[in-house]
Design a protein around this ligand. Structure first.
Ligand SMILES: C[S@@+](CC[C@H](N)C(=O)[O-])C[C@H]1O[C@@H](n2cnc3c(N)ncnc32)[C@H](O)[C@@H]1O
Length: 255
């Protein structure tokens, strides 16, 4: 088991355009409903990705959830980060979610979190040139938190950069769930006790096409039942901060 401890450099990639998306309101509310029912409505040190409208923050703050600690928002886009910071509604962090999780200053926050909404805009396998590795982020947060039960929300676009064999599974949502998300959760010693997935598209101006996305909303419970040596991940070496580092990229469906 090899975990990245050094700070992952900031992502400079393409900008996220905030389109109206009523389905996104539903997604945010789904996570709060799960917290209400399975965390006794007690959310601790939430870590979320949020946009310029701070929709997730506003939905969280106007819900009747009991929130302990601040809402933590890592953000790679400087302009969006400034909006988060100036709002004074959250602990705004300029950098990637991966950097936030692995920043020593945030160790207590990550230990105490029981609510993570990694509302990614990219693919589950990440983007190597931009140092963006969702599976590594999920791995790191689940291995650090002391919460026995937590709510995990994830969104991905329905494509992958990892070359996948033309496998039995044609359905991308199925592939993301079975080859990436579920093995990662299991590997980290958690089991899914509630939740599911939901496909959606964001609505762009002038009916411009947007790519299909998928949301996973889960309640996880710590278990010591699984032997993580039985669950293999795709690992790769990536040059980060001038050092070759081993990353967890996902489960290898070809093995
Ligand atoms: C999809 S938007 C969040 C939307 C919001 N949760 C909502 O429901 O309206 C994702 C935001 O996170 C940022 N982002 C994407 N990937 C990130 C990463 N790995 N680390 C930090 N910020 C990221 C994007 O720049 C964008 O502002």
């Amino acid at each position: 088991m090899h975990t990245i401890t050094s700070k992952i450099s900031k992502i400079s990639g393409s900008k996220y355009h905030e389109y109206k998306c009523p389905k996104k309101v539903k997604i945010n509310n789904t996570l709060i409903k799960l917290a209400k029912k399975y965390l006794n409505n007690n959310i601790s040190n939430p870590i979320i990705l949020d946009g310029k409208n701070m929709q997730s923050t506003n939905i969280l703050l106007t819900s009747d959830a009991n929130i302990t600690g601040k809402i933590n928002i890592p953000e790679i886009d400087e302009e969006t980060h400034d909006i988060h910071k100036n709002s004074e509604l959250c602990n705004a962090y300029y950098g990637s979610l991966g950097s936030f999780i692995n920043d020593k200053q945030n160790k207590e926050t990550v230990k105490q979190t029981n609510f993570i909404f990694a509302d990614y805009t990219g693919s589950v396998s990440g983007n190597y040139s931009e140092n963006y590795y969702p599976m590594q982020d999920i791995h790191d947060v689940l291995k650090t938190t002391k919460s026995k039960k937590l709510v995990l929300g994830l969104t991905f676009c329905q494509r992958s950069r990892i070359p996948l064999k033309k496998s039995v599974r044609e359905n991308m949502v199925d592939k993301i769930r079975k080859d990436f998300v579920k093995p990662c959760i299991k590997y980290c010693g958690y089991k899914i006790i509630k939740g599911g997935s939901y496909s959606y598209k964001r609505e762009a101006e002038h009916n411009k096409k947007t790519q299909p996305m998928v949301f996973f909303g889960y309640v996880l419970k710590k278990t010591n039942k699984f032997k993580n040596t039985n669950i293999k991940f795709i690992q790769g070496k990536r040059l980060i901060n001038n050092k070759n580092q081993r990353m967890y990229l996902g489960y290898d469906p070809n093995q």
